[in-house]
Design a protein around this ligand. Sequence first.
Ligand code: SF4
Ligand code: SF4
Length: 148
Amino acid sequence: MVPALICCEQMEGFRFRCIPGCTSCCTRRGYVYLTEADLHRAAQYLAVSPEEFERNFVYRTKHLLRLRIPKHGGCHFLRNGGCSIHPAKPTQCRLYPFWPELVESPREWARETKTCPGIGTGRLVQIGTAMEKAGRMRDAYPFLYGKS
Ligand code: SF4
Ligand code: SF4
């Protein structure tokens, strides 16, 4: 059952604010996918070559790039309670929680509050803005969203 409050809210937009000190989305199970531009940006931020960054942190398949998962789980770049590559973090991290599978489904948006305590709080994000961000996700990861 989708909470009525969230259904009504989505008629005008989505409430969201990132909660200081929270790292829930960085510790959840799942993969962090990268675009080629993400890889280069993160490497530059860490002052290493793209090749070195890829060797140390990236798993590449025919269609996708993703961060390797450290033995202890989570993300290599989660340090001291925050993202150590924040200015250069991957596209999916920058656009969360405005992912197509969340903003296009009131049920999934409501369910995501279990992971993200910032959903449903803070300022109102207009539907058009949320959908534009979701579109950027689709553009960044065409293979994940069935575009190729
Ligand atoms: S789970 Fe939500 S509130 Fe927490 S760090 Fe991620 S985006 Fe911010
Ligand atoms: S790259 Fe940064 S924002 Fe993305 S999951 Fe890792 S620590 Fe979190």
